[in-house]
Ligand binder design. Structure first.
Ligand SMILES: [Zn+2]
Length: 426
């Protein structure tokens, strides 16, 4: 008597499955792969091996009723319009779906194009394809995604802008208490871009074209649209520009203003540069001084550091300015408020006009500077965000508009909850 082993049983099962596949026609197979449902079926498929293209025609049974896109009432079909969607490749063939989309005839809303279950209204891609685009865009630049899929980058951007825009719009800001505002010039310094960051979660909330003062106004409106109110902002970190401070006081009267190390050191760097310029105006040759004197020691080359030392020794004014800058750097890295007071006195007596002015500025904004030393709320945050924005710029390589840069920045630094369609049939 023959005994059926497990492997015999497996082979038998496989045979049954193979037969089932063979007896199923190609259209039915595509039906399953697409997971269409709701009355739609694949009625024709055409594969071009040479051009590596696959076309699938979808259709609905005569007499099917469709929901009016306005009220959802099921209505008879008035007529149809042909549309095409790019889908994920089947067997490395560029795949397109083609369907005659019904226009419903609603007694109340008239003739309107009905929704289809596989795509968003107005999109030339299926939902599954859009999910794939979003997945790829988190790993590579938009240009690379476009190249990989054989699509125009403008079509990829449209998908990104939709999903990122939607997630950004839905983001809840009601818990935001501390914000950091920073202004940077974008592309060749012609345009200004201001970022507003949640200082606690370190998420980018808003990226606005324009200067800080305008950005705060926009943020104030957006905050309300995102479930918050201006009164909830307890702390704003920013630079010391007077116009900006005025705007902040007006829009967020309850917020404590903080001036962080980054912005103060930026001012110290400018003061040092003014000392250098004053020497040059007196006809003193400081060849290469601009780059040798600028920035922190650890960002300069050995040659630049040697030149820095030589210039400071040769020109006592430059030496004093450099020393003041470095002392301030050290003091702001610590928490000793007495040494900051001591620094201000010393800077005022330095006979270096730019540093005297800086000391005055610090004294004038004393509460805000002290607030930084006490809370250190934004320590290193600006540098971190600027780094992420640079990454977003690279990922948006070739971006043609601010909107695209903004989209990529939100995708990279806002920690958004993207509401993406499923990658496979459900
Ligand atoms: Zn209707």
């Amino acid at each position: 008597m023959a005994v059926l082993t497990d492997s015999d049983k497996m082979a038998g099962l496989q045979r049954v499955r193979m037969v089932k596949l063979e007896s199923m026609d190609a259209n039915k197979l595509f039906d399953m792969a697409l997971g269409l449902g709701s009355g739609w079926t694949v009625t024709k498929s055409e594969m071009n091996i040479e051009s590596r293209q696959l076309k699938l025609w979808l259709d609905f049974a005569p007499g099917t009723l469709f929901a009016c896109p306005k009220c959802g009432e099921f209505c008879a079909v008035h007529d149809t319009v042909e549309k095409t969607w790019r889908h994920m490749d089947f067997w490395q063939h560029t795949t397109e779906l083609i369907a005659r989309v019904p226009r419903t005839d609603c007694p109340e809303h008239g003739v309107l194009v009905a929704a289809v279950p596989w795509a968003r209204e107005g999109s030339g891609f299926t939902l599954m394809m859009e999910a794939m685009v979003m997945l790829l865009s988190q790993q590579m630049s938009v240009l690379a995604v476009a190249k990989h899929l054989g699509e125009q980058d403008t079509r990829i951007w449209r998908i990104l802008r939709h999903y990122v825009g939607q997630a950004h719009q839905e983001a809840d800001w009601s818990h935001v208490r501390e914000i950091m505002v920073d202004e940077t010039s974008s592309r060749k310094g012609h345009r200004y871009v201001t970022s507003i960051v949640d200082a606690k979660s370190r998420d980018l909330l808003l990226l606005v074209e324009g200067r800080e003062s305008q950005a705060l106004e926009v943020f104030c409106q957006e905050l309300v649209a995102h479930g918050g109110c201006p009164d909830q902002i307890e702390l704003i970190c920013m630079d010391m520009s007077p116009a900006f401070r005025k705007g902040a006081r007006k829009a967020f009267p309850k917020a404590r203003v903080v001036f962080d190390r980054f912005h103060i050191m930026q001012m110290a760097g400018k003061a040092l540069d003014e000392v250098r310029k004053a020497l040059r105006r007196q006809g003193i040759d400081l060849q290469g001084g601009l780059w040798a004197l600028r920035g922190n020691e650890w960002t300069r080359t050995q040659e630049q550091l040697a030149l820095r030392k030589a210039l400071c020794q040769e020109h006592p004014k430059l030496g004093r300015a450099m020393m003041l800058r470095e002392l301030l750097q050290d003091i702001l890295a610590g928490e000793d408020i007495e040494s900051l007071k001591w620094w201000c006195t010393r800077a005022r007596r330095s006979r270096l006009e730019p540093f005297r002015k800086l000391a005055d500025s610090i004294r004038e904004h004393w509460q805000g500077v002290i607030a930084f030393m006490e809370t250190r709320v934004t320590n290193g945050l600006i540098e971190a965000i600027n780094g992420l924005l640079q990454l977003a710029k690279r990922m948006a390589r070739g971006f043609r508009s601010f909107k695209n840069f903004q989209t990529m920045a939100y995708l990279k630094t806002s920690n958004l909850k993207l509401n993406l369609p499923p990658l496979s049939p459900t």
